[in-house]
Design a protein around this ligand. Structure first.
Ligand code: BGC
Length: 777
């Protein structure tokens, strides 16, 4: 009897399967029509119902790929596979080990966003994207949750390391290149965090209040470029509110702008959170706004959709729009296309990409001739390495943007690989201290903040004091000193001015003392900054002979730093953000929250959350972000936007500009006039004729980078812009507007070092767009 019932049931199931259409690229409507309401609701909600269980803070929750951040749910009846979403911008963040197997799943740690952008090299960004796309699909995932594209509104944002720049054009171009690379491998991206998520404090509840113009020109423009130039599969809607409405339920943002104005064709997924009904965020509103997928997903959200449709609160037509887009997304994915993951991407080849990219992103801030070391005129065999960061080198930031890398090359190893020794006693002192400090950190874990949870990335270890006697021994026994100043930052918390943006007294004294002792013996001192974002330099930059901004350059960090120090690679990185004299020089600092909660790991485990200290941020500065402010106001800075030194020199020819239809092309000849091979960046800033809208003195509108030019070699760079790129947002008429008149195209090495100018007369350009996202009175 039992056997008979089973057979009948199996038969019934099979016949249901036989009748149900199986998803293909060409039958999306048919599958949509065959779906039950329950199935539709399930598809709009991610598969990780237990995300907020304690394990979540320890890194991800996908059951199929341990450590991956989330998934979409399979509906086998209709041939709809599960798809897997994984962090993050600097590499695939999955657990490196799994229960029951000795096989490892390490992923390549690529340079962080600020380092990638500092290459000003779209080809390299494309290669990184391609390598990450390959690892995504080979590790059985479908979408990488990156790139991070928020604007560096202020140097204190804890996640600036994941983002590219204070400038939207640079952000958009680098992102588009990364996305095109990633998606050429058949894996998708999720551009994030859409939008205006330029602070971490109270990020789930803060209302970002800003003008339509600042939104369109500064905070949305990079996303717009990426959408128009790279067709990202998915967009991640940010936690915050914009002018009073949650981004995740913001029809203006997710439909009027993203889809209607820009033509986005993919899906929008929420950043990882539960629904926030207590704050007025409901699942039905998210769907109506054009948010297709709730991540990481909760059963209550499925129930909401079902009951809201049944009660008539939510129209089935709105649900169907999202479901159709989900099906269109699914047919693009590796899982749907039966990709068989190898779980063995070519980590060696990708390590070479990270080493090369990191070198090209590093920015030489100061050099009195000390660098490169080990040329024919100077030999350095032994170096004293100071600073905990030299030994505990930070390859990336903390939080969801960290990567579980197979190794990290520190400076000791990097120097050794280049045949340079470090002083044994100092190396021993620091190594033992780091071991001790790490053990102590573990012991104090319950007191640590949530992003200091295990699996969330490497922490910075505090500096130690070096005695005078020790210092005297070091200077006697070494040919030079390197001091690493490191900074760690990450998700959920912003940086403080004291001790994070600024140096601590101990760090400043360390630079000062070491410099004076080494200089007394005519030996050089080099400072390496190992940080994902800007720090204060004015108070100490006079002391050392050279300063290299190494960022958080990925797993090959030590090798990349030494490639630059020894001149194996000629530095060609350029700053993508202004380095102010003081953090308070940025006009946004006065409205940037400094009151940080202690959001402990223990607290989140027991369901707590940080109490908001302030639930809004006024963007009083409007569009006057970064160089747009400093350059226009002639305000002194430590290092201007676009700045970076080289070991060679370049001469720029006279730029030529011409227009053909909508396209403006600027060409400029660049000649290597120095003694070593190198690459140069040409930055095209445009100064607009005077019109009704007040504009920055000049704005970046195009850029290009030469190939490696040998001494005496020349390359003509040709850079294009669209006429619409010159437009500003005319709030009164809700349109893009470029006034008629004569435009100056200023080609520079950085914003403060213009080498040549060309002019072009243009007729007026206008483009009306949706009148949305207005500030509430
Ligand atoms: C972060 C996202 C990340 C997601 C999944 C969120 O907390 O803001 O950037 O992709 O978690 O880990």
């Amino acid at each position: 009897m039992k056997h008979f019932i089973l057979t009948v049931l199996t038969f019934m199931n099979l016949s249901a399967m036989a009748q149900a259409p199986q998803l293909t690229k060409d039958n999306i409507d048919e599958v949509l029509n065959a779906m039950t309401l329950e199935e539709k609701a399930t598809l709009l909600v991610g598969g990780e119902y237990d995300f907020w269980a304690p394990v979540a803070v320890a890194g991800g929750s996908s059951k199929t790929v341990p450590g991956a951040a989330g998934s979409t749910v399979a509906i086998p009846r209709l041939g709809i596979p599960e798809t897997i979403l994984t962090d993050g911008p600097a590499g695939v963040r999955i657990n490196a080990t799994r229960e029951g197997t000795s096989k490892t799943y390490y992923a390549t740690g690529f340079p962080v966003g600020s380092c990638i952008a500092s290459t000003w090299n779209v080809n390299l960004a494309n290669r990184i994207g391609k390598a990450i796309g390959n690892e995504t699909k080979e590790y059985n995932c479908d979408v990488i949750l990156g790139p991070g594209m928020n604007i560096h509104r202020n140097p204190l944002c804890g996640r600036n390391f994941e983002y590219y720049s204070e400038d939207p054009l640079l952000t958009g171009k680098i992102a588009a290149a990364y996305i095109n690379g990633c998606q050429s491998e058949g894996a998708g991206v999720s551009i994030k965090h859409f939008a205006v998520n330029s602070q971490e404090t109270n990020r789930q509840y803060v209302d970002e209040r800003l003008s339509q113009r600042a939104a369109r020109e500064i905070y949305l423009r990079g996303f717009e470029i990426a959408v128009r130039e790279s067709d990202p599969w998915t967009v991640m809607s940010s936690y915050n509110l914009i002018n009073g409405t949650f981004a995740q339920a913001n029809h203006d943002l997710l439909t009027s702008i993203l889809r209607n104005d820009w033509g986005f064709r993919g899906i929008v997924m929420t950043d990882w959170c539960a629904k926030r009904e207590q704050a007025g965020l409901f699942t039905a509103d998210e769907i109506r706004a054009g948010n297709d997928l709730m991540e990481p997903g909760g059963k209550d959200q499925i129930a909401d959709i079902i009951s809201d449709v049944k009660s008539g609160k939510l129209a089935m037509a709105d649900v169907d729009i999202c479901v159709r887009r989900m099906l269109e997304y699914i047919v693009r994915t590796p899982h749907f296309n039966n990709h068989k993951p190898s779980n063995a991407p070519d980590l060696k080849a990708h390590a070479a990409v990270t080493r090369e990219t990191a070198c090209e992103g590093m920015v030489l801030l100061k050099n009195n001739g000390t660098l490169p070391i080990n040329t024919t005129e100077k030999t350095i065999n032994k170096i004293a390495l100071f600073g905990t960061g030299s030994y505990n080198f930070l390859s990336g930031g903390v939080g969801s943007g960290c990567v579980h890398t197979p190794y990290i090359v520190d400076l000791v190893e990097g120097l050794k690989n280049a045949g340079i020794e470090t002083t044994a006693d100092l190396t021993e002192i620091y190594k033992r201290y780091i071991d001790y400090a790490k053990l102590k950190f573990e012991a104090d874990r319950p007191l640590s903040r949530w992003f200091e949870a295990p699996n969330m990335g490497d922490q910075k270890m505090q500096e130690i004091e070096i005695s005078d006697v020790c210092l005297m021994n070091q200077v006697k026994n070494s040919d030079a000193a390197i001091i690493t100043i490191s900074r760690q930052a990450g998700e959920g918390i912003d940086r403080k001015i004291e001790g994070e943006f600024n140096l601590t007294d101990l760090e400043r004294q360390m630079i000062q003392r070491i410099s004076s002792v080494y200089h007394a013996m005519e030996k050089p001192v080099i400072v390496v900054i190992n940080s994902g974002s800007v720090i204060e330099t004015t108070s100490w930059s006079a002391y050392p002979d050279a300063i290299l901004m190494a960022w958080q350059p990925g797993e090959e960090g030590g090798n990349s730093v030494v490639d630059i120090l020894t001149g194996k690679v000629c530095p060609s990185g350029r700053l993508t953000m202004t380095w102010p004299l003081a953090a308070t020089d940025h006009p946004s600092t006065k409205n940037f929250p400094q009151d940080i909660d202690l959001f402990t790991y223990e607290a989140i485990k027991t369901g707590g959350r940080a109490m908001p200290t302030r639930d809004y941020t006024n963007h009083e500065e409007g569009i006057w972000v970064g160089y747009r402010y400093f350059d226009t106001q002639h305000k002194q800075v430590a290092y201007p936007f676009g700045y970076g030194l080289s070991y060679t020199t370049f001469a720029f020819g006279k730029p030529q500009v011409k227009r053909s239809g909508d396209i403006i092309t600027l060409t400029v000849q660049i000649k290597n006039t120095g003694r070593v091979a190198g690459k140069e960046v040409a930055q095209v800033y445009v100064a607009a004729p005077k019109g009704n809208i007040e504009k920055p003195a000049k704005e970046l509108k195009a850029f290009g980078k030469t190939r490696l030019l040998k001494p005496g070699e020349t390359e003509t760079l040709s850079m294009t812009m669209n006429v619409r790129d010159l437009a500003s947002f005319d709030e009164a008429n809700s349109r893009w507007l470029a006034d008629a008149g004569t435009y100056s195209f200023l080609v520079g090495k950085n914003i403060a070092d213009i080498q040549g100018e060309a002019q072009l007369k243009l007729p007026v350009y206008t483009e009306p767009v949706s009148n949305v996202l207005a500030q509430k009175e």
